[in-house]
Design a protein around this ligand. Structure first.
Ligand SMILES: *Cc1c(COP(=O)(O)O)cnc(C)c1O
Length: 391
């Protein structure tokens, strides 16, 4: 465990119980104290090391994949990937069950690329047999996009089973692993995929500023001149970086240094397995504590991710999210509003530099906040019971 609770820092800045940006370590913040030249070989050595470490984290032992970092937030890297490797005439199927699936489909529409959406609404998982049936009915599809952890509900979609179906149909497979990579194992030797996308400020616990794509070398090689965009051209970014060791345009230098430090901590914690263990414990302490208090999770246990959990808001008429948020913030915790259309909910992230002590402290703060608001009935709103069965 490399997690160390820093009381002095905690008193100054609240814990971010949000799925990125999230709470980072003091060492990661300190790594941003120096200025770096983007052309300098010391900086470029760091970039190369980051790319190597990310490939190794993805289990790319036979050098079949490359890692291409891309400036901007995670969406920039998703857009760069979709623009660079989807087909302009054959449709892409987006498996959508939340905001990030919707966003992937919207990006494809912006690009004028044909898109089909298997829409499961806000919180139901796309099932392998549904994907199989869709691909059988639509042989014209060239590419499938899956959101691994749909952060808008916290659901962990069945990546491996869907990857098998997509491979069976011989389609290209793109995975938005933004909020899962680094904490949920994804091994490109075992799971057949063409590209996965993630970013600096999620489970690797860096600060915002760039995303990265782990992409099959042969797939990327065929994507020259396919992007609509100069700055988001993944192939151009890659070939320039291969040639010069540099980012094609100004890199977020401080973010890159922070990320390099965050990677060292990731390794010291035991890599993906170590991080998964801590995040899982965070979730278990939180969910158990909340259930003891009468709260209910949106999802059945089988679909809960170790990343973020959605809870129904209490039906008590004294409950108001804005007041709850403010009361928790005053006690040092920033939570996240819910994204369900039908029923009031809120989300609590359990990633970043937080451990089960922080989760227990949060539970105490929740008790105090509910008391302050005079909320006693924490059962979900009646409407939550008619939301349909989870598969
Ligand atoms: C965070 C996230 C993104 C990217 O969002 P940005 O705000 O652009 O960083 C994309 N997909 C998922 C599933 C995410 O959690």
């Amino acid at each position: 465990m490399t997690f160390t609770h820093d009381q002095a820092l905690f008193e100054k800045t609240p814990y971010l119980l949000t799925p990125g940006p999230l709470s980072t370590s003091v060492a990661t913040k300190n790594a941003m104290q120096q200025d770096w030249g983007s052309w300098d070989s010391d900086f470029n050595t760091i970039t190369a090391d980051i790319r190597r470490q990310l490939l190794s984290m993805a289990g790319d032992d036979d050098d079949a994949f490359v890692c291409v970092p891309m400036q901007g937030s995670g969406t920039f890297a998703v857009e760069a990937t979709l623009a660079s490797i989807t087909d302009s005439t054959k449709p892409t199927l987006v498996l959508s069950n939340g905001a990030y699936g919707k966003r992937a489909a919207q990006i494809l529409s912006y690009l004028g690329r044909p898109v089909q959406v298997l829409d499961k609404g806000d919180y139901l998982p796309p099932l392998p047999e549904e994907v199989d049936a869709w691909l059988t009915a639509h042989p014209e599809i060239a590419t499938v996009v899956l959101i691994h952890c749909e952060t808008s509900s916290g659901i962990l979609n069945p990546l491996e089973a869907i990857a098998d179906v997509v491979a069976l149909h011989g389609k290209r497979f793109i995975v938005d692993a933004m909020s899962s990579f680094g904490a949920v194992p994804i091994n490109v030797q075992r799971i057949q995929l063409d590209a996965l996308v993630s970013s600096a400020n999620k489970c690797i616990e860096g600060v915002p500023g760039f995303g990265f794509v782990i992409i099959h070398r042969e797939v990327l090689k065929t994507s020259e001149n396919r992007s609509h965009s100069l700055s988001l051209d993944l192939h151009a970014q890659w070939s320039y970086m291969e040639r010069t060791g540099q980012w094609r345009f100004t890199p977020p230098t401080h973010t890159v240094m922070a990320f390099h430090q965050a990677l060292a901590q990731h390794q010291a914690e035991g890599g993906v397995a170590g991080r998964l263990a801590r995040y899982t414990q965070n979730r278990d302490v939180l969910v158990e504590g909340m259930r003891q208090r009468g709260f209910q999770t949106l999802l059945d246990d089988a679909w809960l991710s170790p990343i973020i959990t959605t809870f129904f808001s209490p039906r008590d008429p004294n409950f108001a999210f804005a007041r709850f948020y403010a009361a928790l913030k005053a006690r040092g915790f920033i939570i996240y509003p819910g994204k369900l259309t039908e029923v009031e909910s809120f989300r609590i992230g359990h990633i970043g530099q937080v451990d089960s002590n922080v989760m227990n402290a949060l539970l105490v703060a929740i008790d105090e906040s509910l008391n302050e608001m005079d909320v006693t009935d924490t059962r979900p709103p009646q409407a939550a019971y008619s939301m349909g069965e989870l598969a």
